[in-house]
Design a protein around this ligand. Sequence first.
Ligand SMILES: [Fe+2]
Ligand SMILES: [Fe+2]
Length: 280
Amino acid sequence: MTAVESPADLKIQPRDVAFGRGEAYPRWWCGGDPVVTTFFNALSLTFPQGESFFVNSVRRYLPELPEPLRSQVEEFAQQEAFHSREHMAFNRQVAAGGYETKEIDALIRKDIQASKDAGPEVELAVTAALEHFTGIFAHAWLSDPRHFKDFPEELRRLWAWHSVEEIEHKGVAFDTFLFVTRDLSPFKRWLFRAMVMRKVTTDFWKERFRDIGLLFKQDEIDNAGSWWRLVRYLVFAPGLFRQVLGPYLAWYLPGFHPWRHDDRALAAEVETKLSLAPAT
Ligand SMILES: [Fe+2]
Ligand SMILES: [Fe+2]
């Protein structure tokens, strides 16, 4: 019993678009604010390695997956490959702004290796959990224009494009997890993903705050004032953490599925505004 609940007419469309090539952004590209700039830089630094981990952890099961899930995994993999390419380009621009990112890259490599060491089913559950993160962040970012309002235009487009595609493929890793664990009892399966999410949540944020601290040090702003501004930004205004709290907790409900919340209309509306042209 696979209990796949993704919409029957779901479309996962990889959009091969390039953003901001040749642009030189200021070091504090987000409206001159080092704190908010650092938050997004720290997330972007995780994407190329993280997305490759996601894709490997899901594609491993490709030969045994039924349709349409098998095709969806291929589309998801293609979307993530384009995301990684664009975030690598963006991360080079962050480095060109004067940040040293090699130490953080090495730390992320070690973090990911720890998940790989836990075995394929844990890897898959970690991916499903982190894809839930990206799906709910994407929804919050696209729903509230305050999040990207101080971004340069090409970076707003980059993060909005990425968010649209994260919404489209938000059920793929979860459905693969349901398929792979289909022989577990519903309780064991729930316990498995609930425990993985609890650990992923603490590890992911501990590691991101570590990376943010390392970037703050480079700006000589690793002090209480900066951390308080970050907390205010994440909790109150615009309050990403506050906005995603309910959707995050929904993961722990026994009958949870990412598509219980169908937000394709939001993704479609943003896509129309973006008018994405293919990469050349
Ligand atoms: Fe992605
Ligand atoms: Fe993703």
